[in-house]
Design a binder for this molecule. Structure first.
Ligand SMILES: [Zn+2]
Ligand SMILES: [Zn+2]
Length: 311
């Protein structure tokens, strides 16, 4: 036992010394090569970019752009969802040149600017030296060829066409919601993938039902008698007219909750918000003589009640 612990003691400081030495050497290297290391990283980045470009000459494929469409929905359509047929305008492959952009029957020739490479080298002067960078040739758009442009699409390879799309709008959308329809945007060029279609929604508000996210706000008026005695009234909701019980003693300005009469949650169809009904109590401005008599009686009664309460 003793021997082993002795060895450990001896090993300990020895290891530590080695560690310190190693650290010193490392620090020295960084000190001397600090700036050079930065230079090397920069150089290797440029080199890598250049080599990748050289190894994989670009085939000129370009992905299609996304297309936007604005769709107006009425209040109920937004609440419960709807299926709509929309007509969009987008760029599709040109039938005349089959998307090549070249006039049929003409021969393409090598691009003079890039020598058929599709890329041109540019030089950038920096404090660390001159760097070369490879960029897409602007004369041939990276195809390496020049050709007589197709007269139908003016060389783009695509033409604007109308397409009808049936669109499923989910329940619970609101103004500003965006629906993404994959691959229904503009066609790509020379084999590039198509863009997406974004349908931007605008919802026409309802004149009486105010929407606040998934809840509906509504104001009703009841007479002071109904507020005192309680009643049942008909209230418009997104589901149509629904009975609402006004409990006796309802206070002016109080809010009654109609649970789950609001807007379905987007992508959670069986969950819904609530409808909040604010009760306005109407006090008559004019009374008939009979009414006045009764109210006065009521007043006397209430005075008696108060006096009895105070005694
Ligand atoms: Zn070129
Ligand atoms: Zn064409």
């Amino acid at each position: 036992m003793r021997t082993r612990s002795c060895q450990m003691m001896r090993n300990g400081p020895y290891m530590t010394n080695m560690g310190r030495q190693g650290l010193k050497v490392h620090r020295g290297l960084v000190g001397a090569w600090g700036i050079s290391a930065t230079l090397l990283i920069c150089l290797s980045r440029y080199l890598r970019a250049w080599m990748v470009a050289a190894d994989n000459p670009w085939d000129g494929a370009m992905n299609g752009e996304d297309e936007y469409y604005s769709l107006v929905l009425n209040f109920k359509e937004a609440v419960f969802g709807v299926e709509k047929e929309i007509e969009i305008r987008r760029l599709e492959k040109c039938g005349t040149c089959d998307g090549s952009g070249a006039k049929p029957g003409t021969k393409s020739s090598r691009c003079n600017t890039c020598g058929g490479q599709g890329r041109v080298a540019t030089q950038t002067r920096t404090p660390l030296g001159i760097f070369q960078q490879s960029m897409t040739c602007s004369s041939c758009n990276g195809t390496g060829e020049t050709r007589t442009p197709c007269s139908t699409c003016s060389g783009d390879g695509r033409v604007r066409k109308t397409k009808r799309i049936s669109l499923k709008v989910p329940a619970g959308v609101d103004s500003g919601s965006r629906l993404r329809v994959r691959n229904e945007g503009n066609s790509g060029k020379r084999g590039g993938s198509p863009g997406d279609l974004f349908v931007v929604l605008e919802v026409i508000p309802d004149p009486v039902l105010k929407r606040e996210d998934t809840n509906i706000l509504y104001s009703c008026k009841v007479s002071y008698i109904d507020a005192i005695l309680g009643t049942t009234i008909k209230v418009p909701t997104v589901d149509g007219m629904v009975d609402l019980k006004i409990p006796s003693g309802t206070q002016p300005g109080s809010t009654l909750v109609m649970a789950k009469k609001g807007v379905p949650l987007l992508n959670k169809k069986n969950m819904r918000g609530d409808q909040f009904v604010r009760v306005q109590v109407e006090i008559p401005k004019k009374l008939s003589s009979d009414e006045r008599k009764l109210i006065e009686e009521l007043s006397e009664l209430s005075k008696g009640k108060t006096a009895a309460g105070m005694r």
